[in-house]
Design a protein around this ligand. Structure first.
Ligand SMILES: Cc1cc2nc3c(=O)[nH]c(=O)nc-3n(C[C@H](O)[C@H](O)[C@H](O)COP(=O)(O)O)c2cc1C
Length: 186
């Protein structure tokens, strides 16, 4: 394994589920968003759109939709259900910034995912934490979700692929295990 600035940034990233209330600066946000746009896309179509949400009222609103979507999940373990019902539970973990990664009708998830990974690693390189949130996908797929995207100014015909919570980390989780799921052929 070769260790350099990039590989160390990749290795150091963890999903962060506890954030300090310090806001993400405008310069940090611009860096993250611009790094997202540097990702590859099929035929350079750039079929993606990111809504960067920092307004506490809008974060609260998406949190309510997330909670509703999570509570409707079949087979939710009792421990998770208990956690969700706590009045202070924040599905975005109190992050001051939520990136909502969208794609237009006919766009590919893969483009949106490459964009997001660039943003996640850019955030990590700035000392910020992130957590990819599938719960945002569930929250924003219904009619209420579509209305919310419209309110954010997401262009017509776009849907949410996933969300990314971003902020200064207030925890240092240990790495989660990885299996060697690759093969070198030849
Ligand atoms: C598609 C996707 C959806 C995820 N959704 C959530 C989520 O809704 N809530 C959450 O706490 N973590 C979520 N995660 C984070 C994963 O749980 C996390 O990446 C995984 O456990 C590995 O841990 P690590 O990111 O710290 O390496 C999601 C990750 C991905 C890629």
């Amino acid at each position: 394994m070769i260790w350099n600035e990039v590989t160390k940034t990749i290795a150091h990233r963890r999903s962060i589920r506890k954030y300090s209330p310090r806001p993400v600066t405008a310069e940090e946000l611009e860096t993250i968003l611009e790094c997202g746009l540097m990702a590859p896309t099929g035929s350079n179509n750039q079929r993606w759109f990111t809504a960067a949400v920092t307004d506490p009222a809008l974060l609260e609103e998406v949190g309510v939709l997330q909670k509703k979507a999570m509570l409707a999940m079949p087979g939710l373990p009792a421990s998770k259900l208990e956690n969700l019902k706590k009045p202070d539970f924040s599905p975005t973990f109190g992050a001051p910034l939520l990136l909502i990664v969208c794609k237009p009708d006919g766009g590919h998830d893969i483009d949106a995912c490459l964009l997001g990974e660039n943003m996640v690693l850019a955030a990590e390189s700035l000392g910020l934490g992130t957590c990819v949130l599938g719960s945002v996908t569930m929250a924003l797929h219904g009619e209420a979700g579509k209305a919310f995207l419209k309110k954010l100014g997401v262009p017509e015909g776009h849907s949410c692929v996933y969300g990314i919570a971003v902020g200064a980390p207030a925890e240092e989780p240990a790495p989660t295990p990885r299996e060697k799921k690759y093969a070198v052929i030849g």
